[in-house]
Design a protein around this ligand. Structure first.
Ligand code: 13P
Length: 251
């Protein structure tokens, strides 16, 4: 039985006042389920507000959208892994396509951030995905697997087993164009095979959740979760509306 994982990436939406309203509306609809994991990833400014608004709802976790490569210092505007953890985050997005393509984040930086996350007790959610040009050139799988290997390059001992992966094709993010369940399944299978190679123990690699992201909605989430290698979803636009997010998590 799959235990699906639902992650809401609010991106730069919902400051503290709106975040508080969102949580109260969402909690009035979403009843705790023991057969799934729900994570809300607000902007850093709303992290503490979301944690306190969730109160005793320990069935819902909170994450941070980005952490800095360094532990502390003169990095104006940045958030360290330790600060995020202190504010109540349990998970950190690493290598999101907007970080890579808008802010120029490199594979080397994602590798440092994944390791920093572990050092500070956060689960890294490593995001990988190809652009439309790379897909059209037939490079989708090689790009995705390279990003996966590079992001995990600095992990040691049992850390690779504790990671979460999200496949988010860049061309599907915010475009209304979702990968077909079959395309998502094929890429997830390739990611799983690579994880098995890296970790060496199939049983452990099988436990790593591989999420799909890119124009996921309440209408298409079920068909994506039904395919064998999709363990959950990472949702942007449809996660900022409490009704839509409840419909997705209650699937
Ligand atoms: P959309 O769901 O808006 O396409 O965004 C996906 C995403 O980037 C989640 O991290």
């Amino acid at each position: 039985m799959k235990q699906p994982v639902f992650v809401a990436n609010w991106k730069m939406n919902h400051g503290p006042s709106e975040a508080e309203k969102f949580v109260s509306r969402f909690l009035s609809k979403y009843k705790a389920h023991t057969d799934r994991t729900v994570v809300i990833v607000p902007p850093a400014a709303s992290l503490s507000t979301v944690v306190s608004a969730l109160g005793r709802r320990k069935d819902i976790m909170v994450g941070v959208q980005n952490i800095h490569t360094e532990a502390k210092g003169a990095f104006t505007g940045e958030t360290s892994a330790e600060m995020a953890r202190d504010a109540g985050a349990k998970l950190a997005l690493v290598g999101h396509s907007e970080r890579r393509h808008v802010f120029g984040e490199t594979d080397e930086a994602t590798a440092i951030k994944c390791a920093r996350a572990f050092e500070n007790g956060l689960t890294p959610l490593l995001c990988v995905g190809e652009t439309i040009q790379q897909r059209d050139r037939g490079e989708a799988e090689s790009v995705v697997l390279r990003q996966l290997r590079a992001g995990m390059a600095n992990l040691k001992d049992s850390q690779p087993r504790g990671i979460v992966v999200a496949y988010e094709p860049v061309w599907a993010i915010g475009t209304g164009r979702t990968a077909t369940p079959a395309d998502a399944d094929a890429m997830h299978e390739a990611i799983r095979a690579e994880l098995t190679k890296m970790i060496g123990v199939k049983k452990d690699a099988t436990k790593i959740p591989i999420l799909y992201g890119g124009s996921v909605t309440a209408e298409n989430v079920r068909s994506l979760l039904e395919v064998g290698h999709v363990d959950g979803v990472l949702v942007g636009g449809a996660s900022i509306d409490p009704n839509k997010w409840n419909a997705i998590c209650s699937t």
